[in-house]
Design a protein around this ligand. Sequence first.
Ligand code: URA
Length: 433
Amino acid sequence: MRMVDIIEKKRDGHRLSKEEINFFVNGYTNDTIPDYQVSALTMAIFFQGMTEEETADLTMAMVQSGEQIDLKAIEGIKVDKHSTGGVGDTTTLVLGPLVAAVGVPVAKMSGRGLGHTGGTIDKLEAVKGFHVEIENEEFVKLVNENKLAVIGQSGNLTPADKKLYALRDVTASVNSIPLIASSIMSKKIAAGADAIVLDVKTGAGAFMKTLDDSIELANAMVQIGHHVGRETMAVISDMSQPLGFAIGNALEVKEAIDTLKGEGPADLTELCLTLGSQMVYLAKKASSIDEARKMLEDAIASGMALQTFKTFLQSQGGDANVVDQPSLLPQAKYTIELEAEVDGYLSEMVADEIGTAAMLLGAGRATKDSEIDLAAGLVLHKKIGDKVTAGESLLTIHSNFEEVDHIKTKLYENITISAERVESPVLIHKVIT
Ligand code: URA
């Protein structure tokens, strides 16, 4: 088999066989096929696309390029949730204890990463003593006992995806639906998920900016799941404005606690119940989505969800007192209000720019080596559609430095107040099964 023939075949719009896909993925992983040939192929895929079958074959070739986590020692159906990423996305912190409280095993492997805030691990490390450096055996034991544990990413999972993603990033071929879909799904499958729930964000703060693109990506991922025998569902959710109120690590932990108590922001609560119902249903703990939702609502009302969070924090060394006394979480030195300059209705709050403002406060990493300020971030008081009076606080800035004028300017530039009444955006655009 020759790589040049595979490039030519795709360039001319033909389907690649499983053998051809395995040949190029293995060759690239083993350094026997050079970057320039693979970049020609990814560009050909960018223009010609891939069929569902090719996309599934590419996914499995990437899964098989490295280690795969075996979660068989964990009892029950392991359902993983993946979000394509957004601003103020506190869902993982809420969903873990919420679905664990009704018996769904959550064996979460998480990372830190770059972004507006830290990753799930950074957020959880805002709880004093909490750590994810646990042995695999301990991880399995904790999930079996408490239904929830989080471990740091280790092992050489999907090395082909790492190389391909890095290459696509510098050759303008990231934005190809089959390449994105296979990249995301390969990581979930290699991490041992039996079933997958996808939260595909759409809007200014999302990777996919338009609803049509988001739907196409979600469909492609659900189809991969069906082809490779992993039940998969997707929710397309709004990310034109940040989700919930909090953007920042400790601030999001506090918001997760509020939500588990039933006192969280309406949008975050609704999204968690929607995604959580799918997880419970796919884990076969309920016979319908409606029944699953009722179980989750009951777990919040009875305090079980909150108790599961406490047990989880404690079992990984964390100070569970934060649940009853959130003031034990890291607190910023300064809290500064951003006041509305005019009366009207909040009509725009550009999610990614608001996220960048939180990052500039120290809530996220700009580079791999940046330190995160766990206390820093923003807490919104108004969302799109809300009535606003001049002088009222739109949001609170939590900062460990006093001079935040440049952040205020950025926030004002990205928040619009209009005279006419504006509808709040639809939260759940579509559910794909
Ligand atoms: N996220 C991924 O993990 N892969 C892509 O290709 C794009 C976004």
